[in-house]
Design a protein around this ligand. Sequence first.
Ligand code: F6R
Length: 638
Amino acid sequence: MCGIVGYVGERAALPILLSSLRRIEYRGYDSCGILVQDNARGEVHLYKGLKSISDLIQNLDVAQFPGTIGIAHTRWATHGVPSERNAHPHLDCNEEIAVVHNGIIENFRSLREGILHNCLFHSETDTEVIPHLIEKTLVNLRREKPHTYTGDEELLMAVMREALPCLKGSYAIIVAVKGFDGLIAARRESPLIIGVGDRENFIASDVPAVLEQTNRVIYLEEGDIALVKKDQIYIENMDGGEEVRRGASLISWTIEDAEKGGYEHFMLKEIHEEPKAIINTLREYLTETGIELGIRAELMDKGKGTGSGTGAGTGTGAGTASPSLLMVACGTSFYAAQCGKYIIEHLSGIPVHVELASEFNYSDFVLAPDDVTVIGITQSGETADTLMALKKAKRFGCHTVAITNVLGSSATRIADETIYIRAGPEIGVAATKSFIAQLAILYLLGLHLGRARISEHEFMEWIEELKRMPQVAQMVLDDTEAVARRYATYLAGFENVFFVGRGVNLPVAFEGALKLKEISYIHAEGYAAGELKHGPFALLTPDTPVVAILSRDNVYEKTLGNIKEMKSRDAPVLALAVEGDEEVGKYVDGVIYVPDTEPILSPIPNTVALHLLAYWTARARGCEIDKPRNLAKSVTVE
Ligand code: F6R
C-alpha cells in the first residue's frame, strides 16, 4: 500500500529517496512521486511518475539536483484514479507546502467544501486537503499572532497542533516547507518511524525504507508530531502538547534478510524459510519447563472450569454469545485463526469463536468483557479491518491480544498485549512463512491454555512433537518440492481447481486455494470435503481438478469416501496424504506424500506442500508472483 519517506541531511536527497522508495516497492503501488528542496538556491523540484520507480529514475538526472531535503511517496489509489495528478506529493496554493500521506482523510469532502472552499485543488485525492489546511492555518496564525512565535520551528509546530485535529481518519504524513531546513512528520493510525543518522535523519512508513542508511529507529506513537532536522529530532504528542521522549530501537535484521537470498522470488525464499520461522517462534517462547508467552495469567484462567468440546460455531451470529476466546483476522491470517480454533479446542477444550474482522466490525455482536479475550491475528499489524476489530473489542472492555510479525506495528499499540511471531520480514505479497509462524503460536497457545487439563508427561510429549515440526517442514521442502513441481505443471493447464479438506485441514484447504488464486490467477475454491456433494458437484468435470487433503485423523475414511465420490464425477483428484498411505493411491490420479504427524499438527506439512504447489503453478504460468496484480502487502484501508 502507500509508502512514504523523507530525508533531511547534508547529502543529496534525491538518490537516497529513490533507493528508499525501492525498498518499499514490495508494498505495492500504482504511482510515485518525489519532491526535493534546495534551500540554498531557493529551489524546489517535483517529480511524479505513473509507473514504476525504475521508470521515474530513468527520467531523472540524479546528479543534476543537489537539494538535501526531500519527501517521496508510493501511492496505491483509494481516492482518485492512479494518475500523475493524483500522485503525491501534494502542494498548497502557493506551492510552498508539500505533503506525502499514507492513510485516508475521511472528512476531506467537508473540508474541501467548508473551510477550504477558496483553495484551488489540482487532484481528486483526500490528501490534498492537508497542504491547504496547513497553509490556511499558517496564514491565520501569522495574521492573528504575529509576534507570538520566535522562529519557524515554533510557528510550524503550532500550525500542526492546530491543523491536525481538523483531520478525521488515518494518516502518517511528512511535510516539507519551502525555505525551512527540516521536515515535520505526524501520525494517527498509520505507522511512521524516524531513522536516526549522523548529521542526517530519515522518516519512513516502513523500517526497510531506511535500513540501508541506519539501523537506529524511533517508532512514533499515536498522535505524535515530530520536527526533524539534520541534527535535531523534537517530538511532541497532540494529547498533551508537551515534548515526549522516544528512544531509538536497534533493528537487528539486515537488508540481506529482506532480500531474495539467491531465490528467484521472495515467495520461494520465504517458503524455504518456513522451518526457520517455526524454530524462531518456538525458541522465543519455549522454556525448560514449558511455555512462556508473556501474556497475562487471566487468559489461562479461561481454561479452568470450562468443559471440553467444541461448542463455538464459526458463524457471524448476533446476540450475546460469550465464547472464551474470539479471534479476528483477515485473509490468510483468518485461515490461521480458523486452524487455531481446531487447535485450541483440541488441546485445551476452550471454545474459540473466529470472525472475519471486516464482518465483526459491523455486526451486532455483543461481547461480555469478563468472559472473552479477543485475539487479533495480523502478520503486518497494519490491516485496517483487524485494527478496527481490536478497537471494537476494547470498546466492549475486553482484554485484547495481538499476534503479529511486526514490531511496533499499530496492532501492538492498540492491543493490551502482543505475542510476536518470529517469521522475519515477509516481502512477497502472498503470506507464507508468517502463516506457518502463526500456526506455531497457536499450537503454543493451545498447549499453554490446555496445560491444566493434561498430565505433565502428556504436556512434555506435545512439546517434543511440536519441536519436531521445523524438521517436518524441512522434510517437505527436501522431499516433496520436485513432486509438487511436477503436479504444478499439470495444474497450470486448468482454469478452475477445488481444494478440499476436513477438520483442522479445512482452513488449510482455504489457504491452499487462496494462495493458488492470488498468484497464478487460476480460480480456486476451498471447500469442506463433505460439502461438495451439496451443490459444487455440478461443477465437477475432467477440467476441474480437486486437490484433496487427507490426514490420518478421525475423518480419514469419510474423506476417502468423499474422494471416491469426486472421482466418480470424472474430476481429476490429486491427494495430499501421509507417507505410507497406500490406500489413497488406488482412487486418485496423483499423490503428494508428506511426513506423518499427530493429525492436529498436520497443517504444518500440508501447508508447506500447498505453498510449494501454488508457487510452482504460478511459475509454470509465467506469473509475476511476488507482486500479484491488484494486491498489496498490507491493506491499510477498510
Ligand atoms: C494472502 C495474504 C492476505 C493477508 C491479509 C491479512 O496471501 O497475504 O490475505 O493475509 O491481507 O494481512 P495481515 O496478516 O497483515 O493482517
